[in-house]
Design a protein around this ligand. Structure first.
Ligand code: ATP
Length: 421
């Protein structure tokens, strides 16, 4: 049966390769892992596999009833200085892949070869003995990584300082908060100078101060380390990864160094978000919200070319209103973070009142939002107050089209024109 093979040299700092070394540290070849949806059937298959394994009659590449591929045919290589991001929706197979890399589970097909010392931060608290203190766990983990007691003695203070939990270091880990466990876990994994560092989701549990510290540490060790990083936080992925695999149902649906493109594909899955009326006091009804666009995508989402004008039409039916209301319009990005306000001023806004209707046209010239999907959130309030009449999130989604994939929300059209006096 194929095994996750970990080829660990004696973990001394002397045998580390120079940073310019192009040696492949993680090699994953056609890795597959299947699970069974039903425990009883799974146990039955286990017994059958054992018997057929003995007679050498096992077919690892076929699914039996109730089985599915959690990881299917994944291959990649990682060298020092490379950080691979694994992204995908819940259940895509990311953690299963990490667990195979870390030797926690065996694959059904394929092979993993890892060279050097592996630091892993896979599940919150995994790898820690809950009844031992933080300090004792540092020694345990260090020993598992192959360090001698003397070597750990030299590192332990650095680890405690990095984790910033000195006050609690002699308390049993089971009494730590989740953030404290992550701090200790990352400090051990990253400060032990691993050749390969495997990080699952858990970083998100840390507070911002600690996350920034982790980024700094990752930047420091990356030239000497190969990193595999799983996260749903795309800003984190884009910040540290230079390779990416987008997984879906265990398979790599996108793989390469175009991190922005993979993130865009990931988000496209969630582009069709429905309008969400948050508040409506009944005084106005939204009849139409539309963008002037020449093209729609396959899902009917209007598209605007980068640097084109954004022209927005809003028609309201007045039910009971004494004066023209104020319009507050925000643009949110794919993660629903508000990234821009459209402040309708007299020049860019045209308001017409026809019978019982308000027709508003807003024009914003030369849109410099970068390629991707955005959402318009609309609040209509009494003029000069914040008292809302109607609030709708995702009133409209639209796409900016451009050939360049960029992660930041703005791609500014910089030029030296008009800078000279
Ligand atoms: N031990 C197991 N037995 C049976 N099924 C399992 C087992 N471990 C994981 N699975 C299944 O394998 C699939 C992949 O799970 P995995 O945890 O790898 O996904 P993931 O991409 O890490 O998801 P998330 O983003 O939610 O963490 C899921 O359908 C999950 O239910």
């Amino acid at each position: 049966m194929p095994q996750a093979k970990t080829d660990n040299p004696q973990p001394t700092t002397e045998n580390r390769q120079p940073t310019t070394d192009n040696q492949v540290l993680v090699k994953v070849e056609n890795l597959s892992k299947k699970f069974c949806k039903d425990l009883k059937t799974s146990l039955w298959y286990g017994v059958k596999d054992l018997a057929s394994g003995l007679s050498g009659n096992r077919n690892d590449r076929e699914l039996r009833p109730k089985e599915f591929w959690a990881v299917k045919d994944i291959s990649f290589e990682l060298r020092r200085g490379e950080c691979l991001g694994l992204i995908g929706h819940n259940g895509a197979g990311k953690s299963t892949l990490l667990k195979i890399l870390n030797g926690l589970i065996n694959p059904d097909a394929g092979k993993v070869t890892i060279k050097g010392r592996v630091g892993a931060l896979i599940e919150l608290g995994a790898g820690f003995n809950p009844i031992l203190s933080g300090r004792e766990n540092i020694y345990n983990n260090g020993a598992i990584l192959g360090f001698t007691r003397k070597e750990i003695d030299q590192k332990v203070e650095e680890i405690i300082d990095f984790a910033e939990i000195r006050e609690f270091i002699d308390m049993p880990v089971q009494n730590y908060s989740s953030g404290m466990r992550v701090r200790l876990g990352f400090a051990v994994a990253a400060q032990m100078e691993p050749d390969v560092l495997i990080i699952d989701e858990v970083l998100a549990v840390g507070d911002l101060g600690f996350i920034l510290k982790c980024f700094k540490q990752i930047d420091t060790i990356l030239p000497k380390t190969a990193i595999v990083f799983v996260s749903h936080a795309m800003p984190m992925v884009s910040r540290i990864c230079n390779e990416i695999i987008l997984m879906d149902k265990g398979e790599a649906v996108f793989q390469g160094d175009d991190v922005g493109k993979a993130i865009d594909l990931y988000y496209n899955r969630f582009a069709n978000i429905e309008q969400n009326v948050i508040f409506n006091d009944g005084s106005v009804t939204l009849e139409r919200i539309e963008l002037l666009s020449l093209k729609n995508d396959v899902n009917g989402i209007p598209q605007i070319q980068w640097l084109e004008d954004l022209i927005l039409f809003i028609d309201l039916e007045i039910n009971s209103l004494e004066e023209v209301p104020g319009f507050h319009i925000t643009i949110a990005d794919k993660e629903q973070r508000p990234i821009a306000l459209i402040e309708p001023n007299k020049k860019a806004m045209d308001i017409r009142i026809e019978n019982s209707k308000i027709k508003l046209t807003i024009k914003h010239c030369n849109v410099q939002l970068s390629k991707g999907t955005y959402f318009i959130n609309l609040t209509i309030a009494k003029l000069g107050t914040k008292e809302p009449l109607l609030r709708i999130n995702n009133a409209l989604s639209f796409q900016i089209v451009y050939e360049r994939e960029t992660w930041p929300p703005f791609l500014l059209n910089s030029s030296f024109e008009n800078t000279e006096n």
